[in-house]
Write a protein that binds this ligand. Structure first.
Ligand code: PEP
Ligand code: MN
Length: 345
């Protein structure tokens, strides 16, 4: 339940509503808004009649929050949430670009990629150091040594770094060493990991599981918000459907739906959705046309030699061409992207 106070409600009126809700065994929580205060009531059981609350002085309306993911829902929080990573802000009018190799392989690979990305106006450098691979015999990542390469690239270019976390034991390290923590598709419902990431404030890039319903995805995000971390960016990266002709199926339906269901920023990963490099530009363009808040794209100096996801990584020329297309497309969509934000990208 959400109790929306009138814009001119006094502090005493707000406190009175909170007190009445508490008396009735609810757990009210103040949610300050731009123009007026709202009071959220968490939990599935509410012990108070809506009509009784509506009658209290200063109350404008009482809204039943029907969604299971309350804090993530737009009903609870109508304004868009902005998430800041370095200088980039997801949800602030320009598509935020995250790019880099699937896996960190060597210092040289990461540095050359980072410099190319920086000169192309990319905002965040990505790279996996522990890789979630389907087979234990596939390349597993170079581990902590990879973090040093990413940090060197950050020092040289100023690009913040986004790194996938696999183990809860790494949270203490990541929270200070990484600018954005990726929770991959395979860990979307690792509730222990989510609960622990909820206790820190480092922004989380939460990817949708390849077999997760949209509601399950949003409830996974609810774990993060409910535990206190509101810096969450959602990522659609393709789901499994009956269609097997490409790696996954990019679910743009859900991307469009999420704009109405949630206040959190939503980005798209065309690389894992497609599984092949030639499909990345068209899927990226389609995502931008829906108004996504950003993209995450894999790129490698020599994709055919990549130790993971070789088929889907763009080489540098292909990546530059994609950036040119994205810039033009975003500039042609002033209803979705603010021209001033793009000019300063
Ligand atoms: C990745 O980003 O390299 C990755 C493993 O992504 P996903 O979790 O979406 O498969
Ligand atoms: Mn990958």
């Amino acid at each position: 339940m959400l109790v929306v106070m009138k814009a001119n409600a006094t502090e005493a009126e707000i406190e009175n509503v909170v007190a009445v809700l508490r008396e009735n065994r609810n757990k009210p929580e103040r949610l300050p808004g731009h123009t007026r205060v709202a009071i959220g009531v968490m939990g599935n059981k509410e012990y108070v009649r809506q009509d009784d609350i509506l009658r209290l002085p200063g109350v404008a309306e009482v809204i039943e929050v029907t969604k299971k993911y309350k804090r993530v829902s737009r009903e609870f929080h109508p304004q868009d949430t902005l998430v800041k990573v370095g200088q980039a802000v997801f949800g602030a009018g320009q598509p935020v670009m995250i790019a880099g190799p699937c896996s960190v392989e060597s210092e040289e690979q990461v540095l050359s990629t980072a410099h190319m990305l920086k000169s192309e106006g990319v905002h965040i450098l990505r790279g996996g150091i522990f890789k979630p691979r389907t087979s234990p015999y596939f390349f597993q990542g170079i581990g902590y040594a990879g973090l040093k390469h990413l940090q060197k690239a950050r020092a040289e270019t100023g690009l913040p770094i986004c790194v996938e976390i696999m183990a809860t034991e790494d949270i203490d390290l990541y929270k200070d060493e990484v600018d954005m923590i990726q929770v991959g598709a395979r860990n979307m419902q690792n509730f222990d990991l989510l609960k622990k990431l909820a206790r820190i404030q480092t922004p989380v890039l939460l990817k949708r599981g390849h077999a997760a319903y949209l509601e399950e995805f949003l409830m996974a995000a609810e774990y993060l918000l409910d535990g206190g971390n509101h810096n969450v960016v959602l990522c659609e990266r393709g789901i499994r459907t009956f269609e097997t002709s490409s790696r996954n199926t990019l679910d743009l339906n859900s991307v469009a739906l999420m704009r109405t269901l949630t206040h959190l920023p939503v980005i798209v990963d065309p690389s894992h959705a497609a599984g092949r490099h030639d499909m990345v530009p068209p899927l990226a363009r389609a995502a931008i046309a829906t108004g996504v808040h950003g993209l995450i794209v894999e790129t490698h100096p020599n994709p055919s030699k990549a130790l993971s996801d070789a088929n889907q990584q763009l080489d540098f020329d292909q990546f530059r061409d994609l950036m040119r297309q994205i810039r033009h497309l975003a500039a042609a969509l002033p209803d979705l992207y603010s021209p001033e934000a793009i000019a300063h990208a």
